[in-house]
Design a protein around this ligand. Structure first.
Ligand code: HEM
Length: 507
């Protein structure tokens, strides 16, 4: 009996102790963001089935439908459970700003480990804090206006070559595939500054394509699977990049391209001669990271632009008139486009902004709360994923009148703050946005002044690759517009002759 009583006492004491511990923990788990904290509730929403949550609902239909039905039901902040993770989704400009800008330190970037391994764990977008800041400063130089001004001839050469080989094809071909080639070539020119030989470029292209195929496949290490092949290709890419880095070191010629910036950067700043250099692996991860961030994003938007221009003939004529005047000023296209000209394409620029809004190819992004956070009286628990829904904001009638109408004139007036964020916002906002826009301007210039095109089959259905693009990548036939003279010259600016050009016939 005595033993029984002692056991009971121990049990009751343990129960009391665990309750006290729980209460203390709860007390300590004070959400960040307000001092006088009332008991907070989770946002409304449903967590779906055990384990799988609402993953099937999200991935078995147009994600836009999933999000908008939730928004209608629960409002602009709601909880759900996707891919094994509890999530809070936010669909207001203020909430997106809270997560990405004003309280960015409470939310870290988060990607599945399998994807990090494939791109390279040292790539800047997986990081926060000092390392991220250092990398960010590094990539901003070669992607900034001064560097882009010098890159215009390379972008123009890549555009001319892409359009010429697409038209030479004769048959209907996937616009997206052609645009991928273009954005890859421009990415390579930005990273290697035109100093990469064709053999190396092909090696990078071939292996990178295998990595890409594995990126969205089920991650496992069985030989023969897409993921396994992708990891093998990623290792080969490390080898190719190490060779390039070694050769550059041996040549000892500094340059201003992205690779040079990565190779020369010293921890603590360039004036700290004893600061550590980035390792070859960190350099490789960031080269692949930038290529990855640059290619499909830009190619998807370019594909939508080709479609939107095709579907709006009157607008196409106006854009053609704007670009024809520039072509005229350039001696009927004999002289190259200049940076200043790309800055003067007012209507074309609005078409690009409206395409970015309508297509909203990055529908949302992911962060993870690093502490319990309060937002508008709701608790976002530590460890939960947080997703600002860019696309829903871009398509909301609250911020864009008649949001499903393609209307570039809406950009005659600047959108309200934080309502238009196709390139994200805050510390992780896209550093490549000006390069992407430059590619679009140059592509549109040559497309509308030198070519005519027809789309083949229905182009209104959407597929996900993983970004939304028109079905089959928008099959289109491209032909030269003979009424404007042949646009088949590759113009190269001679550094020493102030805009004089050498025109090389490439066909
Ligand atoms: C239309 C084309 C593009 C779109 C729509 C786009 C969009 C975005 C968005 C939304 C983010 C932020 C993601 C987040 O906050 O989680 C981002 C980040 C990034 N983008 Fe882009 N991007 C494009 C083109 C490019 C290009 C051409 C480059 C480079 C040459 C590039 C390099 C990057 C990098 C390195 C980051 C990570 C920045 C960081 O974490 O600090 N992007 N992009």
């Amino acid at each position: 009996m005595a033993a029984y009583f002692i056991l009971l006492c121990i049990f009751v004491s343990l129960a009391i102790a665990s309750y006290v511990l729980y209460a203390i923990r709860r007390q300590k788990r004070k959400p960040q963001g307000r001092h006088d904290q009332a008991v907070l509730k989770l946002p409304p929403g449903s967590m779906g089935l055990p384990f799988i949550g609402e993953t099937l609902q999200l991935y078995s239909q147009d994600p836009g439908v999933f999000f908008s039905s939730k928004l209608k039901r629960y409002g602009e902040i709601f909880k759900t459970h996707i891919l094994g993770c509890p999530c809070v989704m936010l669909a207001s400009p203020e909430a997106a700003r809270f997560v990405l800008v004003s309280r960015a330190h409470l939310f870290k970037p988060t990607y599945p480990r399998s994807k990090e391994r494939l791109i390279g764990p040292s790539a800047l977008f997986f990081h926060q804090g000092d390392y991220h800041l250092r990398l960010r400063r590094l990539v901003q130089g070669p992607l900034g206006p001064e560097a882009l001004r010098k890159l215009v001839p390379d972008v123009e050469a890549a555009v001319r070559s892409t359009l010429a080989s697409w038209a030479a094809d004769g048959d209907a071909a996937s616009t997206f595939r052609a645009m991928k080639r273009l954005s890859f070539d421009v990415g390579i020119a930005t990273i290697f500054g035109g100093r990469l030989d064709e053999r190396r470029k092909e090696e990078l292209r071939r292996n990178y394509a295998v990595v890409e195929k594995g990126y969205n496949s089920f991650p496992n290490s069985f030989p023969g699977t897409l993921y396994y092949k992708a990891m093998q290709a990623r290792r080969r890419l490390n080898g190719v990049l190490s060779d390039i880095v070694r050769e550059r070191r041996a040549q000892g010629e500094p340059g201003a391209d992205l690779l040079c910036c990565l190779m020369q950067s010293r921890d603590g700043g360039d004036h700290h001669d004893d600061g550590a250099l980035l390792t070859d692996e960190q350099v490789a991860d960031n080269v692949i990271g930038v290529l990855f961030a640059a290619q499909d994003t830009t190619a998807s938007v370019l594909t939508w632009i080709v479609k939107y221009l095709h579907d709006h003939p009157k607008l196409l004529e106006d854009v053609r008139a704007e670009q024809a005047a520039i072509r005229e000023a350039n001696d009927g296209g004999k002289r190259p486009l200049t940076w200043a000209q790309t800055r003067s394409m007012t209507l074309t620029n609005r078409v690009i902004l409206e395409s970015l809004r309508m297509a909203s190819i990055i529908s949302f992004t992911f962060r993870e709360a690093v502490a319990d956070v309060e937002y508008k009286g709701f608790l976002i628990p530590k460890g939960w994923k947080v997703m600002p829904l860019f696309r829903n904001i871009h398509h909301s009638p609250d911020y864009f009148q008649d949001p499903h109408k393609f209307d570039p004139s809406r950009f005659e007036v600047a959108p309200r703050p934080s309502t238009f964020t196709p390139f994200g916002s805050g510390v992780h906002a896209c550093p490549g946005n000006e390069l992407a826009k430059l590619e679009m301007l140059v592509l549109i210039h040559h497309l509308v002044t030198g070519y005519r095109w027809e789309t083949v089959g229905s182009s209104d259905e959407v597929e996900y690759s993983p970004f939304p693009i028109p079905r089959h990548g928008l099959l289109a036939k491209l032909r030269k517009d003979n009424s404007v003279g042949v646009d088949n010259k590759e113009c190269k600016t001679d550094d020493n002759c102030d805009g004089e050009v050498n025109c090389v016939i490439i066909q």
